[in-house]
Design a protein around this ligand. Sequence first.
Ligand SMILES: O=C(O)c1ccccc1N[C@@H]1O[C@H](COP(=O)(O)O)[C@@H](O)[C@H]1O
Length: 219
Amino acid sequence: MANQLIKICGLSTPETLAVAVDAGADLVGFVHFPKSPRHVSLETAGKLMHQADGKAKRVILTVDPDDQLLDEIMTVARPDLLQLHGSETIERTKEIKTRYNIPLIKALGVATAHDLVQAQKFEGIADLLLLDAKPAPTSEIPGGNGIPFDWELLAHKSLGPQYMLSGGLTPDNIDRAIRLTHMQAVDVSSGVESSRGIKDIDKIQTFIANARAAWRSGV
Ligand SMILES: O=C(O)c1ccccc1N[C@@H]1O[C@H](COP(=O)(O)O)[C@@H](O)[C@H]1O
């Protein structure tokens, strides 16, 4: 994979997937979590994955999956990477890595500097550590809520290339987010939608162009 990574998550149609891939997304994500407005069945995910084969790395996002679901994901959808976006512990993450031997993205909620210390404990266990805002207590879903956390927490850190920034990123704020945090990997879902769960072609293209421009300018 490239040094700088852009992941477009929550894709659910062939048209928007094609736009993301053509615009240069490095990773494309499919959400398999029934409470999400972006949920796709594993059969649909499998078809979308086939479409993106060889063009972008394909990610299935799940929340606290048990082994039965993971077995199904590996057989039916066959992703390149698995995103764990629940409260999977270090032990559970290690167990999944050992059992399935697949690159893992582990999402970690951030609200304070202490959360970054907690996130660092997953270094070397998951392949990418996705820093996301913590969901509101009333939220139905643990991510994909379009909420940013305080990027100033990352401003004077030099986190390695295994860290990925997410949470409330948009085409309008991605330049500032990259300049402030110096992150080399970013992930977006809500910020490239016209309404909840509906991806917007222009926003996908602009997000990717703006992220690449920020990195090109030397941050
Ligand atoms: O997108 C979802 O519906 C979703 C559901 C359950 C867990 C995570 C989900 N999305 C991920 O959340 C982050 C941030 O998203 P946003 O850009 O703030 O909307 C991102 O990694 C999505 O992949």
